[in-house]
Design a protein around this ligand. Structure first.
Ligand SMILES: [Zn+2]
Length: 392
């Protein structure tokens, strides 16, 4: 048996309607909660008020420190860090409720607020900062995901972009083992109000994460088992979740698959689709999940030979035909993902997203991050250029 390490949240509470347990769960982590939310809906539909009430009933003071409606940038983290440092107590925790943006912001702020030697989160970002590391453990984070996508509730990194107007825009991770949230509350009922287009692209993000971590060169038996299970849940259910947001069975399946995808990516890495996605985000403003969905067929095709067995299993899940041979199932997999994207209303090419031939060198340059290193075989610049050109 191979040696491996596995990092997972210490406690996960999963189930429909279990937001009711938020107060008690928060109380296990502290007595003062800084709440970061990621949806305007939560103020309108009373969710934020309900969170305050649940926390108060459990004896936890709550401070709403802000909401975020875009992928977090350095200024977002730094401003919120200053605010939290001023109000910090010995028993503080951070609650992030929302999609990947809110959870990543909560995780980043929990780390920077507890580490006053960081003047800015940029000081500790991979590849762009001063190379500083966390000296103190982050404040405990309670993650409450609502969009069934990024799996950020189970990962050890937070993706942070350069602030608007930066000469050299980037999207980089703040990463540390201690950044895995201490507690996770997944109530799929919270995803009922997520619009269809967001459900489609965040769901495809989760599916991409499950596939890429399964075929990653850093895959390990436990993550591969979870990835396969996650795909068995998500692939038959994503269309139902998009067509009817109130479909409980579909929402539960997608929420669970997204959580598993986070465990998988944190422990097994990703691959080509996630390598390219940040560059499409930086250069063209493409939302993360949409970039992953569009890149997934190409990533499958590029790795079809070196991961034939795994991709054949994925292909059988997409086709619903268990009798296909490995060769047939693996060869047909990328086209089945393209067809699914089309049914979900997602584009198949990169031109629609604004990519031009002139921008391809910049995309290739921006794709050399941690994710690309997990791809099961090296994809050199020439090959990646040809792949992107074929998708115009
Ligand atoms: Zn992703």
């Amino acid at each position: 048996m191979m040696n491996y390490d596995l990092l997972v949240p210490a406690r996960t509470v999963f189930g429909w309607g279990r937001l009711d347990e938020l107060g008690a769960l928060a109380r296990t982590q502290g007595t003062k909660a800084f709440v970061i939310s990621g949806s305007r809906q939560f103020a309108v539909n009373g969710t934020l008020r309900r969170i305050d009430e649940l926390l108060a009933a459990a004896g936890v003071e709550s401070v709403q420190v802000g909401s975020i409606h875009h992928e977090p940038c350095i200024d977002d983290v730094d401003e919120m860090t200053i605010s939290i440092r001023r109000q910090l107590t010995a028993e503080s925790l951070v609650i992030g409720i929302g999609g990947g943006a809110a959870l990543d912001l909560a995780k980043a702020v929990s780390a920077t607020a507890a580490n006053p030697h960081l003047d800015s989160v940029k000081d500790a970002l991979e590849g762009v900062g001063k190379g500083l590391t966390l000296e103190q453990p982050p404040l405990p984070v309670l993650a409450v995901p609502t969009t069934s996508g990024t799996g950020s509730e189970a990962t050890k990194n937070a993706v942070i972009s350069s602030s608007p107007g930066d000469d050299q825009p980037f999207k980089k991770s703040l990463r540390a083992d201690l950044m895995v949230p201490k507690a996770v509350l997944i109530d799929p009922e919270l995803s009922v109000s997520v619009p269809a287009d967001v459900t489609a692209r965040t769901g495809m993000d989760a599916i991409t994460q499950l596939i890429e971590s399964w075929i990653s060169c850093r895959a390990k038996p436990v993550t591969s088992a979870l990835a396969r299970h996650g795909l068995e849940l998500a692939i038959p259910m994503i269309e139902r979740a998009v067509e009817d947001g109130s479909d409980r069975e579909a929402r539960e399946a997608m929420a669970h698959a997204a959580y598993l995808s986070g465990i998988c990516l944190a422990n097994a890495g990703l691959g080509m689709a996630h390598g390219v996605a940040p560059a499409l985000g930086i250069l063209l403003g493409v939302p993360h999940g949409l970039a992953c969905a569009v890149m997934l067929p190409a990533a499958i095709a590029a790795n079809c030979q070196v991961r034939k067995t795994e991709i054949a299993k994925v292909g059988r899940l997409f086709s619903g035909d268990r009798d296909l041979s490995d060769t047939e199932a693996a060869a047909g997999c990328a086209d089945l993902v393209r067809a699914l994207n089309e049914r979900l209303g997602l584009p198949s090419g990169l031109s629609v997203l604004g990519l031009t031939a002139a921008l391809i060198p910049a995309v290739v340059k921006g794709s050399r991050g941690n994710s690309m290193n997990g791809n099961p075989r090296p994809i050199e610049n020439d090959e990646l250029t040809a792949i992107l050109e074929s998708m115009l």
